[in-house]
Design a protein. Structure first.
Length: 92
Protein backbone atom coordinates (compact mmCIF):
# COMPACT_ATOMS: atom_id res chain seq x y z
CA UNK A 1 0.00 0.00 0.00
CA UNK A 2 1.26 3.49 -0.78
CA UNK A 3 1.88 5.90 2.08
CA UNK A 4 -0.72 8.33 0.72
CA UNK A 5 -3.36 5.56 0.74
CA UNK A 6 -2.47 4.58 4.31
CA UNK A 7 -2.69 8.21 5.48
CA UNK A 8 -6.05 8.62 3.73
CA UNK A 9 -7.42 5.49 5.40
CA UNK A 10 -6.11 6.55 8.81
CA UNK A 11 -7.57 10.05 8.57
CA UNK A 12 -10.92 8.63 7.45
CA UNK A 13 -10.87 6.12 10.31
CA UNK A 14 -10.07 8.80 12.89
CA UNK A 15 -12.70 11.19 11.51
CA UNK A 16 -15.33 8.50 11.97
CA UNK A 17 -13.99 7.46 15.38
CA UNK A 18 -13.95 11.05 16.67
CA UNK A 19 -17.21 11.95 14.87
CA UNK A 20 -15.59 14.93 13.13
CA UNK A 21 -15.97 16.49 9.71
CA UNK A 22 -12.95 17.56 7.68
CA UNK A 23 -13.95 21.18 8.35
CA UNK A 24 -14.13 20.66 12.13
CA UNK A 25 -10.79 18.81 12.12
CA UNK A 26 -9.13 21.60 10.13
CA UNK A 27 -10.44 24.16 12.63
CA UNK A 28 -9.16 22.15 15.60
CA UNK A 29 -5.82 21.45 13.87
CA UNK A 30 -5.30 25.07 12.83
CA UNK A 31 -4.63 24.16 9.21
CA UNK A 32 -6.42 24.68 5.93
CA UNK A 33 -9.42 22.54 5.15
CA UNK A 34 -7.90 21.94 1.71
CA UNK A 35 -4.77 20.27 3.17
CA UNK A 36 -6.88 17.59 4.83
CA UNK A 37 -9.22 17.26 1.86
CA UNK A 38 -6.29 16.91 -0.55
CA UNK A 39 -4.76 14.19 1.66
CA UNK A 40 -8.07 12.32 1.72
CA UNK A 41 -8.50 12.55 -2.06
CA UNK A 42 -4.96 11.36 -2.72
CA UNK A 43 -4.04 14.66 -4.34
CA UNK A 44 -1.14 14.97 -1.89
CA UNK A 45 1.19 12.00 -2.31
CA UNK A 46 3.58 12.88 0.50
CA UNK A 47 2.11 15.14 3.20
CA UNK A 48 4.71 16.82 5.36
CA UNK A 49 5.26 15.56 8.88
CA UNK A 50 4.24 19.05 10.01
CA UNK A 51 0.81 18.61 8.39
CA UNK A 52 0.44 15.19 10.04
CA UNK A 53 1.40 16.66 13.43
CA UNK A 54 -1.27 19.36 13.05
CA UNK A 55 -3.82 16.71 12.10
CA UNK A 56 -2.86 14.72 15.20
CA UNK A 57 -3.31 17.84 17.32
CA UNK A 58 -6.79 18.26 15.82
CA UNK A 59 -7.66 14.71 16.85
CA UNK A 60 -6.01 15.14 20.25
CA UNK A 61 -3.64 12.22 19.66
CA UNK A 62 0.12 11.76 19.57
CA UNK A 63 2.01 11.20 16.33
CA UNK A 64 2.89 7.64 17.35
CA UNK A 65 -0.82 6.89 17.82
CA UNK A 66 -1.55 8.12 14.29
CA UNK A 67 0.98 5.72 12.79
CA UNK A 68 0.00 2.85 15.11
CA UNK A 69 -2.38 1.31 12.59
CA UNK A 70 -2.16 -1.80 10.43
CA UNK A 71 -2.14 0.34 7.26
CA UNK A 72 1.44 1.39 7.96
CA UNK A 73 2.89 -2.12 8.43
CA UNK A 74 3.92 -2.65 4.80
CA UNK A 75 3.64 0.89 3.48
CA UNK A 76 5.61 2.05 0.43
CA UNK A 77 6.65 5.55 -0.52
CA UNK A 78 6.15 6.74 -4.08
CA UNK A 79 9.09 6.38 -6.41
CA UNK A 80 11.07 9.64 -6.30
CA UNK A 81 11.96 9.41 -9.98
CA UNK A 82 8.31 8.92 -10.97
CA UNK A 83 7.25 11.83 -8.75
CA UNK A 84 9.78 14.17 -10.36
CA UNK A 85 8.48 13.25 -13.82
CA UNK A 86 4.87 13.91 -12.80
CA UNK A 87 4.90 17.41 -11.33
CA UNK A 88 1.15 17.28 -10.62
CA UNK A 89 1.86 15.35 -7.41
CA UNK A 90 1.71 17.91 -4.63
CA UNK A 91 3.87 17.72 -1.56
CA UNK A 92 2.27 19.61 1.32
Amino acid sequence: MLLSDAINLRISELLKEHKLSVYKLSYRAGISNSIISDCKRGKVKEPTISSIIHICEGFGIELKEFFDAPYFKDVEAIDRFARDENSDNKVI
